[in-house]
Ligand binder design. Sequence first.
Ligand code: ZN
Ligand code: ZN
Length: 88
Amino acid sequence: MSYILSTCPYCKIPKSIAATRTNWMIHLHGHRENIIKDLTDNTSSCVFCAYSEIFANKKHASSHYRWSHKKTDLVRWTLENMKKIVVV
Ligand SMILES: [Zn+2]
Ligand SMILES: [Zn+2]
């Protein structure tokens, strides 16, 4: 069983968490709104769509991420892009 050691970028008080990938996914699900906000603020086109149009504005971006993609995809993307250490 491998563990992922990282600091959650969305917790109000950042703390190191060592948890399995599954538990990280569950934890990050609770931060869905923050993840959508982060993606909205930092991307000009969708990171999930292969041929994404440029977002017209932030409202367009956030509703695209909210309605066009599964929560699990947002969470997986966050987990993959976090600075982390995998402990085996
Ligand atoms: Zn957190
Ligand atoms: Zn998309």
